[in-house]
Design a binder for this molecule. Structure first.
Ligand SMILES: [Zn+2]
Length: 134
């Protein structure tokens, strides 16, 4: 009878250890996943700002070297409207189309509308979520 008691006790202790380890792993997995997701958002934000900057340069090439003064100017240079919403901005909704797009629909602020492309020390864009500038 005592052997059976020890066996049951060992089985219960094993289950506690297994489930405890599982809970610990689940907690750390979610913590690591949150960090990776955040880093991914940073990277995608930088990539989107880069694409918007290239779109601005393309537009400037046809407009006396001046960057766009509003988002609609980029409609022919940037194919995806969703690029004006930072991946870290979970509250903002996408505008229906380029003509309906307002500053309130974008996570990025055009800091210097119409800035001349040759003025490389002037900030053109700023992410309102991350504070990145470009
Ligand atoms: Zn951002």
């Amino acid at each position: 009878m005592k052997i059976l008691g020890n066996t049951v006790l060992f089985a219960v202790a094993s289950l506690v250890v297994i489930f405890g380890f599982g809970a610990w792993m689940a907690f750390h997995y979610s913590e690591v996943k949150a960090r990776v997701d955040k880093r991914d958002e940073f990277q995608r934000c930088v990539n989107q700002m880069h694409s918007l900057g290239i779109g601005g340069q393309l537009w400037a090439a046809d407009h006396e070297g001046k960057f766009p003064s509003n988002w609609q100017c980029l409609s022919n240079e940037v194919s995806d409207l969703r690029i004006v919403v930072c991946p870290g901005d979970h509250a903002r909704r996408f505008a229906a189309n380029w003509s309906a797009l307002t500053d309130a629909d974008s996570s990025y602020q055009i800091v210097s509308p119409g800035v001349v492309e040759s003025e490389t020390n002037v900030v053109f864009l700023r992410c309102l979520i991350h504070g990145f500038v470009g």
